[in-house]
Design a protein around this ligand. Structure first.
Ligand SMILES: Cc1ncc(COP(=O)(O)O)c(C=O)c1O
Length: 926
């Protein structure tokens, strides 16, 4: 792995937290200094303060708070030997940063301890309370000596009626602008005055390192030049939510002719009325802050509405008047009931055919997620997936699907009558789980179908990105290679867990919408066509499925033919601030018009006619939050995850029994082209990780933490139960020997501390038990660990559908008519049950007739269907099932045994089959 002088990975994510830590360090040192009676020790502590301040100052240039006046006051106090004054002021800043009180308390910007809000910098208070606060980056060629005066002019533009208040931050070069965009999470807008130089004048290692990192290489593309438009484009690529206002020194028509101008909020030519810029800044943030549906729901809740519809809880009278259920009203508060309605009028809208505020809210979500359109769904992604399958697929269409995908896909295909062509993910036998589907398997499926003359039947590819356990695809590459084989393929990326990823510049290229945007740009680039033509020369325009090179070559599609047809579903409730079941379907399909009506039908089929208003409102609000503070929150979630990884894996006692699995354990080497093994060990730098994110077939989402607990003698279910019952820690997925923890935008450092404390306690308990229990206890423990960690069952692959369900039983391709098999299970007489342990099972496997599943059989964990309707059951599946020690197996009733489709039904020899067959014979006779 190439070593660079880039920072450690955790340093990149912790750039924001590092600043707080540095302030805390300074506060501690200053307090120690202030606590000392005047003595010679003073000088050392004063020097330490000065040093801590020097470490901090370069980061402060990119932040509005505490600002130059407070920083100068601290500097003066340190250098003037005022220990008490330093300690007081530094503590105040440190606390204000922690509590974020500076966002609403203007007094915090004053250096004097008795600062009066009148003289304060940001007038954050209005009569109605605190106005939302943000910061605006001004990139300008004017000398730094003029920035303070410029800032004052900007503050003078504030008006009492402004909806928000902002503070300016000034930088004078392209590189410094890039640093500010990385480091300042309070930014909402960037005002760029053309004419600034490229290079930063700062020579601070941390900052230089950040700039030299591969990620910011994109943000600081020197070759692209240092003009305002280039900066605007790169900033938009890094943080798409930021508004950009460009004051160009080129004529506006020249600017607007440049495609890079598409992302600009406003372009001004040379000098402009400062008030106009002020309005542009405020109105840009107002657009993101607007929540059309939620706002109307709030208004609606205040209306004196008489209700004569069928929803007694609306307005809450049945609750607040009640003698018996008033506690529900007290618990939830009146607003919940005031905001309940079954109406679609009065400012509300219909989820089934939105034309008003729901439509506006969906359009805002489309903007935020980078999609063309969005459907809000109030029954979870389980429903979103079924809707997409129904809308896109006709009976008989083939879907290339990850066999481990969520059950909503399997059921969606049954409902649609589509034929799944299951592709296998790489197995992780040691942890009893699957990874993600290697691209080679998907390509092979497509090429096999092409060779069999059935490619035209293939409509969609559906994959889970990221998987439950954190495997993230190279989404762009998957789409490119598949489109090279079939240019009109539709992709359904199930990003149930990954909706938040849009708000991290590192994850975004690996999301459905991020990859779609990149491909859209690539397809329009003449150089891409050149690359394609070179490939065409080598492999031909019509790829030969028998040509081994096709599978081995990293293909690109013909950009003149390939269509971008991308769908994403995400459980907004799983990773953003939506209420349970809030989900979205994102559409970015250039042929959407072909499915528009079908989507309406799909909504009518699946959406409740009584959708929950609160879920819809929370989708609207979750979008608002991500557009305004998603960057910071996701960065923090990643950083906390890295802190947990380090804390668990390096704690002397905890790491004896537990380990958070690293990249190396979660992603086999063949899929890690970059060679990255760990996010935390072995000095992995930010540059290494960024390279892995760009090059590796699969990367591990650092926020998904598989904690090995088999090594502590617990199976996953047992450990999950222990954490929940004894320590109030909740999680949702387990495997035979691990549990899955995840950090999200909700977590704090206290959660990390609590988790570690709990693990220390449990590890201590094990240690003590082993010590006091003697040899017998140690042997029992070792045996338990061995059984959990080493004696793991092999994971069964999908075998094949029974010939009865294959269009061409003699064919070589794997797809099958699962729906017919599914409905055969409804005919009880046509099915049989055999107990799992019965020797009959082994006999049938050995010498037939084949065992054919009537049901989906899905054990939890691991949560994937080890049998689907119509699948021929093989010995490996039976062995796996016999070894399974889980209680929850959907589709399997242990008292009855496996439900199978009777051989007579399958070969048409059963009485019922014969009877059913008769009319057909009669027709032939006629
Ligand atoms: C990959 C995947 N897709 C879809 C879903 C269903 O999402 P929801 O719970 O929002 O219905 C899940 C649920 O766990 C999932 O893991």
């Amino acid at each position: 792995m190439a070593k660079t002088n880039a920072p450690r990975l955790d340093h990149f994510f912790s750039a924001v937290a590092a600043r707080l830590d540095l302030w805390r360090d300074l506060a501690r040192t200053a307090q120690a200094w202030a606590a000392r009676p005047a003595s010679r020790g003073d000088a050392a502590l004063q020097a330490a303060c000065s040093e801590a301040l020097t470490a901090l100052l370069p980061l402060e240039d990119f932040q509005a708070y505490p600002g130059a006046r407070v920083l100068n006051a601290i500097k003066e106090r340190v250098h003037g030997g005022d220990a008490l004054g330093t300690a007081r002021l530094v503590q105040r800043v440190s606390s204000a940063l922690m509590s974020r009180s500076y966002r609403s308390d203007a007094g915090e910007f004053e250096p004097e301890d008795d600062a009066s809000p009148e003289r304060a910098m940001p007038a954050t208070r209005t009569e109605g309370g605190a106005r939302p606060y943000f910061e605006v980056l001004f990139v300008t060629p004017t000398p730094a000596s003029r920035w303070a005066a410029h800032a004052q002019q900007i503050r003078k533009l504030r008006r009492p009626e402004d909806e928000f208040v902002y503070e300016p931050v000034f930088v004078g070069s392209f590189e410094d602008a890039a640093l500010a965009v990385i480091l300042n999470t309070n930014l909402e807008s960037v005002v760029i005055y053309d004419g600034f130089p490229y290079e930063s004048s700062r020579d601070v290692p941390l900052l230089k390192n950040l700039l030299s990192s591969r990620l910011s290489a994109e943000l600081t593309d020197r070759a692209a030049g240092a003009d305002g438009l280039t900066l605007a484009k790169l900033v938009k690529g890094f943080r798409p939510d930021l508004d950009i206002i460009l004051l160009a020194d080129r004529k506006p028509d020249a600017i607007l002719a440049d495609p890079a101008s598409a992302g600009l909020r406003r372009v001004f030519y040379e000098v402009e009325e400062p008030l106009e810029i002020h309005f542009s800044i405020l109105s840009g943030v107002a657009v993101r802050n607007d929540t059309p549906f939620f706002n109307n729901l709030k208004k609606y809740a205040q209306k004196p509405v008489g209700t004569f519809h069928a929803l007694p809880v609306a307005r809450g009278k049945s609750i607040f008047k009640s003698n018996w259920i008033r506690d529900m009203g007290e618990f939830y508060g009146a607003n919940l009931f005031l905001a309940e309605s079954s109406a679609t009028s009065g400012g509300l809208d219909s989820l089934l055919e939105p034309t008003g505020n729901i439509k506006k809210a969906q359009d805002a979500a489309a903007r935020a997620f980078g999609a063309d359109r969005v459907f809000f769904v109030t029954n979870g992604t389980s429903t979103s997936n079924k809707m997409v399958h129904q809308a896109l697929l006709e009976p008989g269409d083939i879907v290339i699907a990850d066999r481990n995908c969520h059950k909503s896909h399997h059921y969606g295909m049954v409902l649609a009558g589509a034929q799944p062509y299951y592709v296998e993910a790489f197995p992780m036998v040691a942890y009893s789980m699957y990874g993600a589907v290697p691209l080679r398997n998907v390509k092979k499926a497509l090429l096999d179908l092409k060779a069999a003359g059935r490619l035209d039947k293939v409509k969609t590819v559906t994959l889970t990105n990221c998987t439950f356990d954190g495997h993230v695809y190279d989404v762009r590459r998957v789409m490119e290679e598949c489109l090279a084989i079939k240019p009109d393929l539709i992709f359904l990326w199930d990003e149930a867990w990954f909706g938040f990823a849009r708000w991290s510049p590192i994850y975004r290229p690996r999301t459905a919408m991020g990859a779609r945007a990149a491909l859209k740009e690539a397809f329009a680039d003449p150089a891409y066509l050149e690359r394609y033509l070179a490939q065409e020369k080598l492999l031909g325009a019509d790829l030969d499925p028998k040509d081994a090179r096709v599978l081995d070559t990293r293909l690109i599609p013909d950009p003149r033919k390939a269509k971008l047809r991308v769908y994403q579903t995400n459980s907004t409730h799983k990773s953003m601030s939506s209420l349970r079941q809030g989900s979205m379907v994102l559409v970015a399909d250039e042929d959407y018009h072909r499915h528009e009506q079908a989507f309406k039908e799909a909504v009518f089929t699946h959406a409740s006619t009584s959708p929950n208003q609160q879920i819809i409102a929370s989708l609207d609000v979750a979008r608002r939050q991500m557009e305004l503070e998603g960057y910071e929150m996701v960065m923090q979630a990643i950083q906390l995850a890295i802190e947990i990884r380090v804390a668990v894996n390096t704690h002397p006692l905890v790491s004896k029994y537990f380990r958070v699995l690293d990249v190396e354990q979660m992603v086999p080497a063949e899929f890690r082209q970059s060679g990255l093994k760990s996010y935390t060990d072995g000095g992995a730098t930010w540059a290494d990780a960024a390279r892995a994110f760009r090059e590796d077939e699969f990367i591990l989402d650092p926020t998904r933490l598989t904690l090995m607990c088999g090594t502590a003698g617990f199976d996953g279910t047992q450990f999950k139960g222990l954490l929940a019952s004894e320590y109030e820690i909740q999680l949702n997925k387990t495997s035979r020997n691990s549990i899955l923890l995840q950090t999200n935008i909700n977590n704090t450092r206290s959660d990390v501390a609590n988790l570690l404390k709990v693990l220390v306690e449990i590890a201590k308990g094990i240690d003590e038990r082993l010590k006091s229990g003697g040899e017998a206890a140690r042997a029992a423990f070792a045996a338990r660990v061995k059984s959990l960690v080493e004696d793991v069952p092999d994971l069964p692959n999908f075998s094949h559908f029974h010939d009865r369900f294959r269009d061409d039983p003699k064919g070589t391709t794997l797809e099958g008519d699962m729906r017919t098999a599914f409905y055969m299970a409804y005919d009880h007489d046509g099915c049989e049950h055999i107990k799992l342990m019965s020797p009959e099972i082994d006999k049938r496997i050995a010498s037939g007739p084949p065992l054919v599943s009537a049901h989906f059989v899905i054990p939890y964990p691991p949560g994937f269907p080890i049998m689907v309707p119509g699948q021929v059951i093989k010995a490996d599946t039976i062995e796996f099932m016999r070894k399974l020690d889980v209680k929850e197996i959907h589709g399997y009733d242990a008292t009855l045994g496996l439900k199978l489709i009777s051989p007579g039904v399958l070969d048409g020899t059963s009485e019922k089959s014969k009877k059913k067959a008769k009319p057909a014979v009669a027709v032939v006779g006629v």
